[in-house]
Write a protein that binds this ligand. Structure first.
Ligand code: HXC
Ligand code: NAP
Length: 292
């Protein structure tokens, strides 16, 4: 998306004023879009990932959108780098109020083709990366007696499972369990934990690894979505801003699905009747009524 474009925000330019938020994987894709929306709503945002050039460019492109933006190079698999990112955010903004666990790795593959290293790589980024950040930021909030908000980006296959992305599915299921567990355990510290489960939202990172052109031509991903369109980044970013704001103060332990109805279409026993042409329904009805 074009960095020069302001997003339409459902919240005001001061809805997140005074808040500082860390977004892991905030240099690209959905992390970048959430970052822009948080800035537009007045928050300060620290973005992190492994690639300094990407982070730097995003900071340049998103400065002037509202709150302050800064970055820290941080591989979420490495706890010392996560702790350094926390220190950087505190030095830049004074404190941290919210943390978005968005960084992820994924690719499609038949499971039997995967090495142990391939499994480790995805599970380490998604699950270990999320609990590394959660434990470090959460202990910090508890020690400082500060409230805080976690927002974890999962997927709809966190609860259904999915073939061909099995390392991601098991890791995202773990992240969802972490979200719900800490929503209860850490509520006493004023720490909320919620999740967003997106359906397909076009990003370079996801599309290049999950819907390569030849495959997309064969298996049109739009056919799986009742609304017959992909998500708009602005739609997800507005939801994220709401969940990071005080307007959602009583929402805790929730996972909000934003997928155009995709996962339910796969689940409903008779949803594939969508394929029946309308002219066939007269004869089908006659057959069904004839069974009285
Ligand atoms: C089989 C593969 C493979 C593939 C990598 N591997 N790609 N195996 N098929 N296509 C194996 C490698 O051979 C190696 O194992 C191991 O995985 C680690 O690979 P590396 O390239 O060394 O890892 P690394 O450099 O750390 O890169 C991690 C990555 C990469 C996940 C492989 O794609 C990445 O950096 N991704 C980050 C961004 C991303 O994935 N975004 C998409 C998120 S989308 P061996 O044994 O050979 O050493 C998402 C959406 C879900 O999550 C829902 C959509 C609807
Ligand atoms: P993306 O642009 O590839 O985002 C992934 C980000 O994670 C990148 O910025 C990447 O940056 C960072 N990252 C990867 N490994 C990391 C590591 N070890 N340490 C720190 N950062 C790391 O893809 P996206 O589509 O926006 O995905 C964002 C989130 O949405 C993910 O959690 C994904 O699972 C979820 N999601 C996306 C979709 C979709 O359709 N797009 C659907 C469902 C869920 P570096 O490479 O610089 O480290």
């Amino acid at each position: 998306m074009n960095a020069a474009n302001k997003m339409n925000s459902m919240l005001s330019s001061t809805a997140l004023a005074g808040k500082s938020i860390v977004v892991t994987g905030g240099g690209t894709g959905l992390g970048r879009s959430m970052t822009q929306m948080f800035l537009q709503c007045g928050a300060n945002v620290l973005i992190t990932s492994r690639k300094e050039d990407v982070l730097k460019k995003t900071c340049e492109e998103l400065s002037g959108f509202g709150g302050k933006i800064a970055y820290a190079v941080c591989d979420v698999r490495k706890i010392d780098e996560v702790e350094a990112a926390i220190t950087k955010a505190e030095n830049e903004f004074g404190n941290i109020n919210g943390w978005v666990n968005n960084a992820a790795g994924n690719f499609i593959s038949p499971t039997e083709r995967l090495s142990h290293k391939a499994f480790d790589t995805i599970v380490d980024i998604v699950l270990k990366g999320t609990y590394n950040c959660t434990l470090a930021a959460g202990k910090n909030w508890i020690e400082q007696k500060s409230p805080g908000i976690f927002l974890n980006i999962v997927t709809t296959y966190s609860w259904t499972g999915s073939g061909y992305v099995v390392p991601s599915a098991i890791a995202k299921a773990g992240v969802l369990a972490l979200t719900r567990s800490l929503a209860v355990e850490w509520a006493k510290y004023g720490i909320r934990s919620n999740a967003i489960a997106p359906g397909p939202f076009p990003t370079e990172g996801a599309w290049s690894r999950l819907f390569p052109a030849d495959l997309a031509a064969k298996l049109d991903p739009l056919q799986r979505i009742p609304l017959r369109r992909f998500g708009e980044h602005e739609e997800l970013a507005n939801l994220a801003a709401y969940l990071m704001s005080d307007f959602s103060a009583y929402v805790n332990g929730e996972v909000v699905t934003i997928d155009g109805g995709e996962w339910l279409q796969g689940g409903g026993e008779f949803n594939n009747l969508e394929a029946i042409p309308s002219e066939m329904w007269d004869s089908i009805e006659r057959m069904v009524r004839g069974k009285k």
